[in-house]
Write a protein that binds this ligand. Structure first.
Ligand code: SAM
Ligand code: FES
Length: 349
């Protein structure tokens, strides 16, 4: 590909918010397109969101998980993981601290932990809703029945993050055990949307066996789902998983995917993820410059942070919430943006 050809493809993607599968594959694979994609993506994000970066406070509430995803450090077969779950009071304390630090969105994330059944989870959501009526309550607790999602919505949750992980069925089965299905994962996302949640989906970049065609399929699936948020980050191996020896996702490929997403979904909320910050000291700053507009500082108690061990060398595990908030504020500023503390709803055209 020559430079003028790359420039032309990027301009077409920007103007039409779409390209042929072949055009998308060319940009995904083209190392030389990384910088220009970033420049165009940044222009688009500034036109819609200015220099605003939204913050969401992440509360990692449990690392018990009944699932056994091959890539994940908290999979049930990892018997060397020290398991923990926060009490309702601990979760409320994280929210109180987060609220005083200016957070207006809490993301309750965890493994698929059967202890947190609908009754317990609805109680927690209702408690947060009662004490903090003006916040957005985001859940990221994996696959549930439509009835459970409805109950949680009725209790006061309004957003749900569930990455589709990979849109290609064959690839899905290569990175998950047989009991998990791509059909159910996708059904959950459509159920959540129909119920009225603001939905976030996404995928890992560079997960084992992933091809360029798989990434194109991910973009096509996202066009169909049209989520409010799209979370992507590099796959990072964890030594106690079957993928211990697999290669981590490449920084520049993640950055190109962030930029392509910004050009295809100009209004989407795109986080500069912790995983991106883990593979490069300036990973999140580079993500913001490539088109991302959300960061998710950690609000979990420091005592459990190392235990929410999805992948190796995860950052932000030693810092208090206020430090993590302050650190990100500075990083966002240095990258040329600024943090907004309001609820940060997606802007729809
Ligand atoms: N259980 C919920 C779920 O499945 O959606 C939420 C927790 S799950 C640990 C959150 C996300 O972590 C997953 O969607 C996955 O993309 C990401 N993740 C897990 N293992 C990872 C790894 N080794 N490298 C990068 N990301 C990983
Ligand atoms: Fe968490 Fe820097 S963002 S410590």
């Amino acid at each position: 590909m020559t430079n003028p050809e790359i420039t032309e493809l990027i301009a077409k993607l920007r103007d039409e918010r779409n390209l042929s599968d072949e055009g998308l594959a060319t940009l995904i694979d083209c190392e030389d397109a990384t910088e220009l994609l970033g420049i165009e993506a940044d222009k688009v994000r500034r036109k819609i969101y200015g220099d605003a970066v939204y913050i969401r406070g992440l509360i990692e509430m449990t690392n018990y998980c009944k699932n056994d995803c091959f890539y994940c450090g908290i999979r049930r077969s990892n018997t060397s993981a020290t398991r923990y779950r926060l009490t309702e009071e601990e979760i409320m304390e994280c929210c109180r601290e987060g609220y005083s630090l200016g957070f207006r969105t809490f993301v309750l994330q965890g493994g698929e932990d059967l202890y947190f059944n609908d009754e317990r989870m609805c109680g927690i959501v209702a408690n947060i809703r009662k004490n903090f009526p003006d916040v957005a309550i985001t859940l990221s607790l994996g696959e549930k029945s439509r009835e459970s999602y409805q109950k949680l919505f009725d209790a006061g949750a309004n957003r749900y993050l569930l990455r589709h992980e990979t849109a290609d069925n064959e690839h899905y089965h290569k990175i998950h055990p047989a009991e998990l299905s791509p059909e159910n994962r996708k059904k959950c996302l459509f159920d959540l949307k129909e119920i009225g949640y603001q939905v976030g989906s996404g995928f890992m970049v560079g997960s084992p066996f992933q091809t360029t065609e798989n990434l194109v399929a991910d973009l096509r699936f996202l066009q169909e789902l049209d989520p409010d948020m799209i979370g992507i980050g590099p796959f990072i191996p964890h030594e106690k998983t079957p993928f211990a020896d697999k290669k981590q996702g490449e920084l520049t490929l993640v950055l190109r995917m962030v930029s392509i997403l910004r050009l295809m979904f100009p209004h989407a909320l795109l986080p500069a993820t912790t995983a991106l910050g883990t593979i490069h000291p300036q990973g999140r700053e580079l993500g913001l410059k490539a088109g991302a507009n959300v960061v998710m500082p950690n609000l979990s108690p420091v005592s459990v942070r190392k235990l929410y061990d999805l992948y190796e060398n995860k950052i932000c595990t030693g810092e208090e919430s206020a430090q993590c908030r302050g650190c990100l504020e500075m990083r966002v500023k240095n990258a040329g943006y600024h943090i907004i503390t309001d609820i940060g709803n997606v802007k729809r055209s």
